[in-house]
Write a protein that binds this ligand. Structure first.
Ligand code: MSP
Length: 560
């Protein structure tokens, strides 16, 4: 099992890597962006933002982009009466818009139609070819045009179509296949079965969550094991693609082309020093539908090219809409940009990262989005901020200082103890969840702490304390503890809702340089002789409640 290829690979790894490298899949330009695409991007973005918060001066590379070759794109362009390059420009710009609107903080947006990418694919092809991993073969088999792949008998099933005719389709995608015979270049995938098994069995983190690790192992060891893979298509079938070096009669298979994007952005073909600083990727985010390509083909290509494998492939499940699969024909595709008009971009970030769990499908519905955003962003977080920074309770607009004897006295109250305890545990709890990319649990912990802070506020009734000057030291403690809870919570929420967190941290006057994990390890109530600090004077409304249908009906009834 411990094969030569693997040992060799480890030996080649160097210590020059100093950059954390995160990737999203590159998006097909055969359709506009939807919330599923946004979700892949948000997971990677939150992961890389966490890296910045956690390690103040880390170097981070974060790539995303568009996948532009293949007959699907060619067909989409034809349908739209335009040329493939113009069509790609248009749809790619929509993905670029999604990236910028939702603050996906990428350091590189790659398009596979760029020259730098074509150079990378050509280099990778030559390396695979020169090391005898590619051979020319006459290939006969069942070809699925929509999936652009040959399939074995065991990957097919028979279905009956409208006119009662029986046809063969891909078991995985349901798309029809046809018998085809052509010359193809083949990649010796079968030679990597042991290496892939070794990699997976010895790397817990190779594929996360564990569910997908297991699915992949089953896939690799299914039936007769891995078959060699056709990695080119005749130019007569696919014109819109990258030519095979030294053989223009063939185009490089779209998945070999697409996967190489990760090498392009690392400057594999152009700058060895930069390449060594970032390779291998630390976290590669993918959806479950592309697990086979990233968990089998990709590591096999890398092993063949003697390149180190990604440290973690993070695979997420899919979003349904009102419990149905999203599809153009059903007309239920949710456009992120349209949704953000109602929920804001941070609202959408919050919902998808707070509700989505990687191991099972999530369901998107307007009712659910409204309920979660209203109760958590508007009420739990927003109201707490308004109350302790509003001029009614805080006319001087300050982060008041504490009198330690008053704090000690108030610690006798259960809810004060509970709040201090909850806030002090929060940073480490969140860190553990963020490291596992368990965003929903990280957010859940912050919200649980904010619930305690709201309860604390309700119990102490600062508006009552305000009435009597003798109680003003207690009022200061109430405000101080709540403001400190908000400071810590919002530093920890930065990867999820960067703009909302920024609004709160600005109001609290927290300098940009003090918004890191190291700044949530010290709690203001433990600092001796702390002084009073000013808040920023501007009034802020963090998140406006979204009107529900009920609200609208009431408004109409009242004639508002
Ligand atoms: N172009 C390939 C990826 C090549 S990467 C070298 C591709 N593109 S895609 O546009 O079809 O999908 C991109 C990502 O969006 C994938 O991670 C996919 O899982 C994700 N999603 C597509 N539909 C989705 C949902 N309904 N829900 C969540 N994510 C989904 O595949």
């Amino acid at each position: 099992m411990y094969t030569r290829g693997f040992i060799l690979l480890r030996r080649l790894s160097t210590d020059s890597k100093n950059t954390k490298f995160f990737t999203t899949p590159i998006y097909y330009v055969n359709a506009k962006p939807h919330i599923g695409h946004l979700y892949s991007s948000l997971i990677a973005d939150a992961a890389q933002r966490w890296q910045h918060v956690y390690q103040k001066s880390s170097f981070v590379k974060f790539s995303t982009g568009t996948d532009e070759h293949g007959s699907k794109i060619q067909q989409a362009a034809e349908k739209n009466n335009t040329t493939p390059d113009k069509y790609c420009d248009k749809i790619s710009s929509e993905f670029q818009k999604m990236v910028s609107e939702f603050d996906i903080n990428c350091t590189d947006f790659i398009r596979t139609s760029e020259t730098r990418h074509k150079d990378t694919v050509a280099k990778l092809w030559r390396v695979l070819n020169d090391s005898n991993h590619i051979y020319l073969s006459k290939y006969e088999g069942w070809y699925c045009v929509s999936d652009e792949t040959f399939l074995t008998e065991s990957q097919l099933k028979e279905v009956t179509v409208e006119d009662g005719k029986k046809i063969l389709v891909s078991e995985e995608s349901g798309n029809p296949v046809e018998w085809s015979s052509e010359e193809n270049y083949m990649f010796k995938l079968s030679a990597f079965q042991d290496d892939l098994n070794y990699w997976l069995k010895n790397n817990e983190d190779a594929i996360r969550p564990r569910k997908f690790h297991k699915i992949l192992l089953d896939l690799i060891n299914k039936d007769d094991g891995l078959q060699d893979l056709s990695v080119s298509r005749p130019t007569s079938r696919v014109q819109w693609g990258i030519p095979v070096p030294a053989d223009p009669s063939q185009k490089v298979y779209v998945w070999l082309d697409a996967l190489a994007n990760y090498l392009t952005v690392s400057k594999y073909a152009s700058d060895e020093v930069t390449f060594k600083k970032c390779w291998p990727p630390d976290v590669q985010v993918i959806g479950k539908d592309i697990l086979k390509f990233h968990g089998i083909y990709w590591p096999a290509f890398l092993l063949a090219a003697k390149l180190e494998l990604p440290k973690m492939i993070f695979c997420h499940s899919h979003w349904t809409v009102n419990s149905e699969k999203m599809s153009k024909s059903k007309g239920n595709v949710v456009c992120p940009i349209e949704s953000a008009k109602k929920y804001t971009t941070d609202g959408m970030r919050y919902f998808l990262l707070r509700e989505g769990v990687a191991h099972s499908d999530g369901n998107y519905s307007d009712i659910k989005v409204t309920r979660i955003l209203n109760s958590e962003l508007a009420d739990t977080l927003g109201n707490l901020l308004s109350r302790c920074t509003g001029t009614a309770l805080n006319p001087k607009q300050i982060f008041p200082k504490l009198k330690s004897d008053v704090l000690d006295e108030m610690k006798q109250i259960d809810v004060t103890k509970k709040l201090i305890d909850s806030v002090q545990k929060l940073p480490d709890t969140c860190r553990d969840y963020y490291i596992q990319l368990n965003f929903y649990k990280a957010v859940d912990s912050v919200i649980a702490t904010l619930h305690v802070a709201n309860l604390f506020f309700e119990t102490l009734k600062p508006w009552e304390l305000k009435k009597n000057p003798e109680n003003h030291a207690k009022l200061d403690v109430a405000l101080h503890l709540t403001l400190e809870t908000l400071r810590i919570s919002c530093i920890l929420l930065q990867p999820i809702v960067p703009n909302l967190a920024n609004v709160v941290l600005e109001k609290l006057n927290v300098p940009e340089d003090n918004r890191y994990f190291e700044n949530v390890k010290t709690f203001s109530w433990n600092i001796k002789n702390s002084s009073e600090k000013p808040l920023k004077p501007e009034k802020v409304v963090l998140f406006k409640r979204i009107l529900t249908e009920e609200d609208t009906k009431v408004k109409v009834k009242k004639g508002l």
